[in-house]
Structures are given as C-alpha cells and as structure tokens.
Design a protein around this ligand. Structure first.
Ligand code: MN
Length: 731
C-alpha cells in the first residue's frame, strides 16, 4: 500500500510531533512508553484502511493527540489511546498488550474495547441507563478519556460513512457521550460533540444557524470591541493582566435555546456574551473586575451568579452576570481566573493539573478518579453532601447492567447470576428457568453476570426451582421466591407423606395417637415432623421395616419400661456434650490434631480406657479398650492398632451418665440426689425419672473428675435401699 509505505517512512515525524505535544502538556512523560505504543499500533494496523481510504493508523494516532492536547492527564492514557483499537481490529490480543505494557494499559484497552462491543450492537433506548452501564464497566477513568477522544475523532471524520451509520453514531454521541463529557466537566469536548452530532442529525438547521453566525460575525465583533473600550482603562488601572474574548456560542446550544424558549434565532443570538479571564491566582480579583464593570455598565441584579464561592458539581467556577452595554443591549459577562477557565474548558484533567503538586502520579490519578466518581454520584439539584453519603455504599461498580434479548437494560447487584436475572424479568421466568445463554453461549446457571452481557433465559413448563439455587443467587427477589417454593414443596410432600403413614397404620390396624407418632419419628432420628413426612413421600424411609422395628422395641420393653428412644436421644446428647469438652486425642503423647471418630459399638467417653484403630478413609476410630470388636481387630490387624489417650483436661469435669432403676418408695429420689451431691460436691446436670406403678427408671447425668470419681458415686447409689440397677450409659 502506497500510503502505508509513506507512513512507515515518515513515522518518525509523526512520533516526534506526538512526543512534543506530550512534553508540553504532561507533567511527566515516559518517552519510551509512548514510542513502544506508537510502534505497536503502527505495526498492528499496518495495511488496514479506514472507510475514508486513509491508513487506519491515523485514527489511533489522532486519538492519542486529542488525549495529549485536549484532555491531558498522563502518558498512560496517551499510550492507551494509541493502542485502543488494537485488540478490536488486529491480530494482536489483549495478552500481547499485557505482556508488552502491563496490566494498567491492558485493562484500559480492554475497557475501551468492551464499551465498543456493547454500543456497536445496540440501539440506545434508555440513555440514562446506558450512561450508568458505561460507567459500571469502567474501573479506570482513563478508559473514559480515551473513549471521549475516540468518539471525538470519529465524529470529526464522520463524513465518509453511510447516512445510516452517521445518524446512529450522531444520536449515540448526543445522548450518551456529550452529557457524559459535561459531567466530567469537559466543556470544550461536550460542545464539539454536540455540534458535530447536531450537524449530522439536522443538517438544515445546522447550516442555517451557522450561516447566520457567519453573517453577523462582523457586527458582533464590532460591538464587543465597543463594549471592551468602555472598561479597558479602568481595568488597566487595576494592574490586572487579563484577556477578554467574545464568547463563542455553540450552534447546538443556540438551537436548544430556540426550542426551549420558543424564540427566533435573532433574539437568542443577539444576546452578546463576553468572557474575561484574569491571570491571577486570587479569586477575589474576579470580584474586583466585577465591581469595575458594574461601575460602568448597569448590572441586572437577578442575573448575578457566584459560582466561585459555590462551584458547580463538576468543579466549574466563575462569576456570571448580565449588564446593560453600549446602545442599551444586554451583555452576558463571565469572569474567572485562568485556572478556573482551564477547569471549565478541559474539566477534570485540568483540575487535576492544578491541584496535583506531588510527584506521586499514581496517588494523584487515584484521587482524581475518586473525585470524578464523586461527581457522578451526585445528581443535579440535590445537596451534594447528602448525596455523597447515600451513594458511598452504592457506587456504580456495585451494580451491573445487563441486557434482555430485546435490548432492555436490567440493573442487578454485583455477582448476580442468570437466576437472579430470570426472577428480575418475572417470577414465572425464574420458576421455569432451565438454562441460560449469555452473549449467545449456553452457560451454567451460577455464572456471574457482567455489565454489558446480554442474557437470555431458557424456560421449560415442567421446570421448577432447584433448592441449590439459593446458594448462589444474590437478589432478595430470587432468594425469597426460591425459599417460598422450597417451603411449599416440603409442605406438599409432608401432606402426602402423612397420608401414606396413616394408610399403612390403618392397614395394620394400629391406632397411634399423635404422641406415639412423635415417638416413632424420634426413633428414626428425625427432629422435624415436616421433614419426616416429606422423607416418607420421597420414599427415603422403609416404612414397613421401621414400623416393625418400632413395634418390637416398644413390645420388648413393655409398657412399664421407659421409652428407649428417649434414652437414645438423651444418650446422644450426653455423648455429644461429653465430647465437646475433648476436641483432640493424644497419640503416643503427640498432641497434634488427628482425624478421628468415636466407634459406635462401644461409645467411649472421656475417662474410659481407650485404644485407636487406623481405618482407611475415616481417620482413627477410638474404641473402649474392653470393646469386643477391638479385641477381634487386635488379633487380626494388630499393625493398625495405636495407643491413644484422652488429653489431660485441666480441672475441667467430664460428663457421665448413669442409668438407675429400682422400686419406688417415698423419698428415693431425694436419697439418690443426696448421695451424689454429698460426695465431693458432685454436680448433677440433669435427672430424668419415669415411674410406672411401683417401679422407677431413669437417667442421671453428672459432672465427674474422672472414672474413679464416677465409680465411687455408683457404689454409693447401689447402697441405697430399693435401688436395683446402677450402670453406666452405654450405646
Ligand atoms: Mn477507535
């Protein structure tokens, strides 16, 4: 390609020009960084042409120049501008950029590319949501600066595109980028974007207004001159350095005023405007100039605005007033210092330039980014302080903006999944969600959505919510629906399960009362009736076998024996409590933690003599030394036996349980408790006695120091008249 060859040959000239601009506009320039970015961009876009026919490289190059000249922040944003279309349009990947330039630049380029993706494929429907979407995708504010510059250059070179593309880009610019630039305080870029967009959207009006401005130009310049002459001497006397300019009126803003005020162009445009910029650091000089002007030209008091004491939210500072000028014409006057002017024209970048004194660039950029965020978090016409407070917790970064297949935007919290999205659309969609597509690809339902994703939910009439969903959904709506569904499911199943049990009992001619049903449920280790009945419905319980076992148990013990199940429950509790005290065991004196389990056959408790058996997969099984099972194992697999002991417990008591039974007589219970507490002040944790006829049977749980302590108490209990049984709890 001829142009390309020329470009390759002349590239040094282009590079030098860019470096010159960087040097004069930026505080610090890493020239090697700019050079490397320049060369990669040149190489990547080699042979590619824009629609205008010129080498594609001109575009990123011009974008970089806009960044360095019109929104100068730092060399990183200039380098990112050079590289901004590399991933989108060339063989190079993001990883290549990351390898060559590091994470910061790679992330900026990635951000710019993603924004392009989202906006390329969609018609802007809700501008405000799109603006938020855009911001939520931006982690580094330099993404926005590059994007502004990119859009500005595209708008400046829109002519060769098809009318359709022109219209589309112009509308997007007017609705998204221009208001955004305004929020950033980038007045100059905002005006230009608006005027360019307006030109393509309403060429007729644009041309008409532009023509009238041209025609009246001379007349205006003459009048401004006259106005300035009137105040010049006095200003000179004040020894202030200043410049006065006839403020340019922007075509789109004139048009807007014509529409909103319903007035013809002449009336809007005949309002003259003057701007006085003072080369002074003192804002009080602005008030001095104000007093000089109003000594000569009569001010209109209600048009006075002091944006110096109370700056606008985007940082804008200036005095605004309207005075009656020569010939009785109204003249709008703005008075500001040079620094205020820079901020007004170039926004936050300039703000940063004036504020930043330190050499710690990273810190400065960070502060600046925070500052910009603060601006965005404030909405017009509300107390900024209040807003700052209320928005601190919900930066746009905490929300994601995703699209429905139709292109509507849904706002979801960060970490939202397709299930959250489905319930956000409609509870029916959530209930019947069977799958999801994100950006056209089928994904798992727990995939985290990201801003800009397009999400499509696949539904099936027969699908119902999966209880597991609750573990990954984040919206209240989705959580509530899933919970309600699960509860309702259990309730329905429980009803069915209860019916099944009732039928079974009827067939066996058993007339169980609620009480017996409760015992039955407990005998199967269920604590929740609903869950128990639901388990029956789900066929998780062999009901016939369970009833059989229950009948045998209750029959064996007879009516006078206590409910074995209660014993079990109590025993379970007791064992659990006893083991709570001992969270480790020692193996050969080693106090490290080992994976171990208590054998169910002998249920050892602290104080028992114990031995360990090394299992495969379940750690060490702890048995009582006298357990029958371990005796067998000892013979068969002696290699797997380890000596273990309970860890020493410093003064802490063990819990032990005693089963006690006998013939009732007045005062027997009092004798029993007395026997216990009189021995070394032993504490009783609980007593549970049943009396049936003349028999009593019960359990006592006590705190003991050791096994010896327990044995002595048991001895005392055995000596009590009418007590027939005293034994340790066993499994
Ligand atoms: Mn571009």
């Amino acid at each position: 390609m001829v142009t390309d060859v020329v470009l390759q040959k002349d590239y040094k000239k282009y590079l030098d020009e860019l470096l010159d601009e960087c040097r004069s506009n930026l505080k610090v320039v890493d020239e090697s960084l700019i050079r490397r970015a320049f060369l990669m961009s040149l190489d990547a876009h080699e042979g590619k042409l824009r629609e205008s026919g010129e080498p594609y490289f001109y575009h990123p190059y011009e974008v970089a120049r806009i960044v360095s000249r019109e929104i100068p922040l730092d060399d990183i944003s200039v380098a990112s501008a050079l590289l901004h279309d590399v991933v989108e349009d060339t063989e190079y990947t993001l990883d290549d950029i990351r390898a060559e330039f590091g994470d910061v630049i790679a992330n900026i380029v990635d951000g710019v590319t993603k924004i392009s993706d989202v906006f390329e494929t969609r018609e802007i429907t809700e501008a405000e949501s799109y603006r938020k979407l855009l911001l939520s995708m931006v982690n580094d504010i330099r993404v926005m600066l590059v994007k502004f510059a990119d859009r500005l250059h595209n708008m400046r070179t829109l002519e060769p595109l098809s009318t359709e593309r022109q219209q589309r880009l112009a509308r997007e610019t007017l609705e998204i980028y221009a208001p955004f630039a305004h929020r950033f305080g980038l007045a100059q870029i905002k005006w230009e974007l608006e005027d360019l967009a307006f030109k393509f959207l309403n060429r007729e009006e644009y041309d008409r207004i532009a023509k009238q401005i041209r025609e009246k130009r001379h007349e205006r310049e003459t009048y401004i001159k006259k106005f300035v002459e009137g105040i010049e001497q006095k200003l000179k006397d004040s020894n202030l350095k200043y410049t006065i300019e006839g403020r340019p009126k922007h075509i789109y803003s004139i048009y807007n005023k014509m529409i909103t005020r319903g007035k013809p162009l002449e009336e809007i445009y005949d309002l003259f405007a003057v701007r006085i910029i003072i080369d002074s650091e003192k804002s009080s000089d602005c008030f001095l100039v104000y007093s000089i002007i109003t000594q000569i030209y009569k001010p209109i008091p209600e048009r006075f605005k002091d944006y110096i004491s109370v700056p606008k939210l985007n940082g804008y500072q200036s005095i605004h007033t309207t005075v009656v000028g020569p010939g009785g014409k109204m003249v709008e006057v703005q008075i500001r210092t040079r620094a205020m002017h820079e901020v007004a024209e170039r926004g936050v970048a300039a703000h940063w330039k004036y504020k930043g004194q330190s050499t710690n660039l990273d810190k400065e950029v960070e502060n600046w980014i925070q500052w910009v965020r603060d601006i965005f978090e404030q909405k017009e016409a509300t107390n900024p302080k209040e807003l700052l407070e209320s928005f601190k917790l919900q930066l746009y970064q905490d929300e994601i903006y995703v699209f429905t297949p139709k292109g509507d935007i849904k706002i979801l919290p960060r970490n939202a999944t397709p299930i959250d999205f489905a319930f956000e659309i409609h509870s029916d969609v959530g209930y019947h969600c069977i799958g999801a597509k994100v950006n056209g690809r089928i994904v798992p339902l727990n995939t985290l959505l990201r801003s800009g994703d397009q999400v499509e939910i696949i539904v099936s009439k027969n699908q119902t919510p999966n209880p597991d969903w609750e573990q990954f959904v984040v919206t209240h709506k989705a959580k509530a629906h899933i919970r309600r569904f699960v509860r309702e499911e259990i309730r329905k199943k429980a009803e069915t399960g209860k019916e099944i049990l009732e039928k079974k009992l009827k067939r066996r001619k058993l007339h169980w009362k609620e009480e017996e049903i409760d015992k039955f449920i407990r005998s199967l280790r269920y604590t929740d009736r609903q869950l128990f009945f639901a388990a029956i419905a789900e066929d998780k319980i062999d009901l016939d076998a369970a009833i059989e076992t229950f009948l045998v148990q209750t029959k064996d013990k007879g009516t006078t024996t206590p409910d074995d199940e209660t014993t079990q429950t109590l025993f379970d509790k007791f064992v659990a409590t006893a083991r709570e005290l001992v969270t480790t065991i020692s193996i050969g004196g080693d106090k490290d933690k080992f994976l171990y389990q208590h054998a169910k056959c002998c249920n050892p408790i602290p104080g028992d003599e114990i031995i360990g058996f090394i299992t495969t997969g379940e750690g060490i099984k702890i048995h009582r030394k006298d357990c029958k099972n371990i005796l067998t194992l000892r013979l068969a697999e002696s290699a797997r036996i380890v000596e273990v002991s309970w860890p020493p417990v410093n003064g802490a008591d063990y819990i032990a349980g005693i089963h006690i039974a006998g013939d009732d007589r007045p005062g027997v219970l009092s004798d029993i408790t007395h026997a216990i507490s009189s021995y070394q002040n032993t504490n009783i944790r609980s007593v549970n006695m049943d009396t049936k006829g003349t028999a009593f049977d019960g359990k006592i749980i006590l705190y003991v120091k050791d096994l010896d302590h327990l044995n002595r108490i048991m001895e005392k209990l055995r000596r009590i008249p009418n007590v027939t049984t005293v034994e340790r709890f066993t499994g």
